[in-house]
Design a protein around this ligand. Structure first.
Ligand SMILES: C[S@@+](CC[C@H](N)C(=O)[O-])C[C@H]1O[C@@H](n2cnc3c(N)ncnc32)[C@H](O)[C@@H]1O
Length: 500
């Protein structure tokens, strides 16, 4: 390996710099024997890496080859081999991550909070009386409006959302201008030139045109003709709208900061000069802003806190017979939900086994490092679209998931998989956005994952009635959800489905 290193030394260091740029690590932290998982390379970063390495090497480097490389030097050697292969035969088909075998990340502890040895699921007593769950959920549901007001969301629909939408519209108008369609200077009645965009953004563009037509009323669409109306464009630039928003509504800054990541680069993405995944997840700053959106912004925090409250009420109502309550979180990501829920559970001091999972091994690895101090936590890679490993069947009392299940191809398949992991006395509680919020589409619509759905949905996000229908179809019993008098209560909801 060292002789080869001498030959490809220059390439070696360039790849190290690319890794450093993508992961946010210092160059000297990217060591030859660093495992790619340890460096945080997951399927999303692998795609961005593949793009950059393809440019560097002048060959097509596939993200699946990156994911299959064990450590950094293996990958350097692979790229060296690809460059030196006359025909670029090293390329396989893009790996479908949904069929990945579920890898088990060694648990931090095999004991629950009280030190109870892991029992096999069949050894569990029924410790979840339905009446306790229903009572805890009823109490939680009744407090929906209070959570909204206390969590800085009381003025969201009438003040914050219209302004964040205006910001998106201004970014959109600026992007259209860069792409040769100047909405600002077009006269009322003037026919507008359609802007060029990559075919993969077809659905995204339809949303944009709807935003310009319905929300901003800047255009009318007559068949294939797009015509400018007499409506004025926002009078301020996106930069100045953003500054005003951050100053006036500082608690929502994580949301505005994320809009600022994609807004100025929208034209580049639509035209293919940059890739949406790279723009959002390709830098440490972008990744931090996504993580802040889930962990800190009121649009998510309100309902995460409501979820934590619900679990607390439930635990307080459970008969304490010494058996641990098994809770599994799916699509836990960077821990926006975990970081609120787990400390609450830890404080209650009852036996719990909390399994934090995600499809991304690097996110699970990072979570393991972050939450290692909680002896009752376990960590596992789980793809909710794949049938669960047999030992997980009927194993959990509670499964929870925030902002993940909508991102899967088929709600029936994912919900059926989840249902099969629940014990008969268990339940699923989802936190899902049940109404479209323009900035969410504006940011996440750039990701191909946002458009993955192939189950008849018209949009990744579904109204609560749709969740209820599918949950019942796949075998859940009673389904209930949070609601309130405030409009904001319709934006996100906790949706609970009883296993039987
Ligand atoms: C929007 S993030 C979730 C945020 C997280 N729940 C929180 O509270 O911070 C969506 C997460 O779902 C994960 N995910 C996407 N598809 C998945 C799948 N098929 N199975 C499991 N997790 C998946 C992603 O890796 C990502 O971490």
């Amino acid at each position: 390996m060292s002789a080869q290193k001498a030959e490809n030394g220059d390439l070696h260091e360039k790849i190290r710099e690319i890794f450093s740029g993508i992961t946010g690590l210092d160059v000297d932290e990217v060591k030859d024997d660093s495992e790619l998982d340890e460096l945080g390379i997951d399927p999303i970063l692998a795609r961005e890496l593949a793009r950059k390495l393809s440019v560097l090497s002048g060959r097509t480097i596939q993200s699946n080859q990156i994911l299959l490389s064990g450590n950094f030097i293996d990958l350097v050697n692979h790229i060296w081999a690809v460059i030196n292969t006359r025909n670029d035969t090293a390329n396989g088909n893009e790996k479908d991550t949904s069929s990945r075998k579920q890898a088990y990340i060694e648990p931090t502890a095999d004991r629950a909070l009280t030190g109870t040895k892991h029992p096999k699921s069949s050894a569990f007593n029924d410790i979840l009386p339905t009446s306790a769950v229903q009572e805890a959920f009823r109490l939680t549901k009744n407090l929906t409006d209070d959570f909204i007001v206390d969590g800085h969301m009381g003025n969201y629909c009438c003040e914050v959302m219209p302004r964040s939408t205006e910001l998106c519209i201004e970014y959109l108008v600026e992007a259209f201008e860069q792409l040769g369609c100047n909405i600002k200077t077009a006269k009322p009645g003037e026919k507008l030139k359609p802007v060029p965009y990559l075919p993969k953004y077809e659905k995204f563009m339809q949303l944009f045109y709807e935003l310009l037509r319905e929300h901003a009323r800047l255009i009318e669409i007559n068949g294939s003709e797009i015509v400018r109306t007499a409506q004025n464009c926002p009078s301020k630039s996106a930069t100045s709208l953003l500054e005003d928003l951050i100053q006036d509504e500082p608690s929502h800054a994580p949301e505005f900061n994320l809009i600022q990541v994609t807004g100025p680069r929208l034209a580049n993405c639509l035209s293919g000069k940059e890739d949406g995944i790279g723009v959002i997840f390709g830098t440490a700053q972008g990744r931090q802003r996504v993580s802040d959106l889930y962990a800190l912004s009121p649009i998510n925090r309100v309902w995460i806190q409501q979820l934590a409250y619900f679990l607390e009420q439930l635990v307080k109502r459970m008969p304490q017979d010494g058996q641990p309550l098994r809770i599994m979180e799916l699509g836990a990501g960077t821990g926006g939900t975990t970081s609120t829920v787990v400390p609450v559970l830890a404080r209650l001091g009852v036996p719990i086994i909390y399994t934090m999972t995600d499809i991304s091994p690097s996110l699970v690895g990072a979570a393991k490092r972050k939450y290692g101090q909680y002896p009752f936590m376990q960590f596992q890679v789980i793809d909710v679209e794949s049938p669960p490993d047999p030992e997980l069947l009927r194993s959990q009392h509670v499964i929870l998931s925030t902002a993940c299940i909508h991102a899967t191809r088929s709600l029936p398949v994912s919900l059926e998989n989840i249902h099969s992991m629940l014990r008969a006395d268990g339940f699923l509680v989802l936190l899902e956005q049940t109404k479209q919020i323009p900035f969410v589409d504006f940011v996440f619509g750039l990701l191909e994952g946002w458009w993955l759905f192939k189950d008849g949905r018209r949009h990744a996000l579904a109204p609560v009635a749709h969740w209820e229908k599918i949950m019942k179809q796949v075998g859940f019993g009673h389904v209930d959800w949070t609601e309130g008098k405030r409009q904001e209560a319709e934006l996100q909801r906790l949706i609970i489905g009883y296993a039987s």
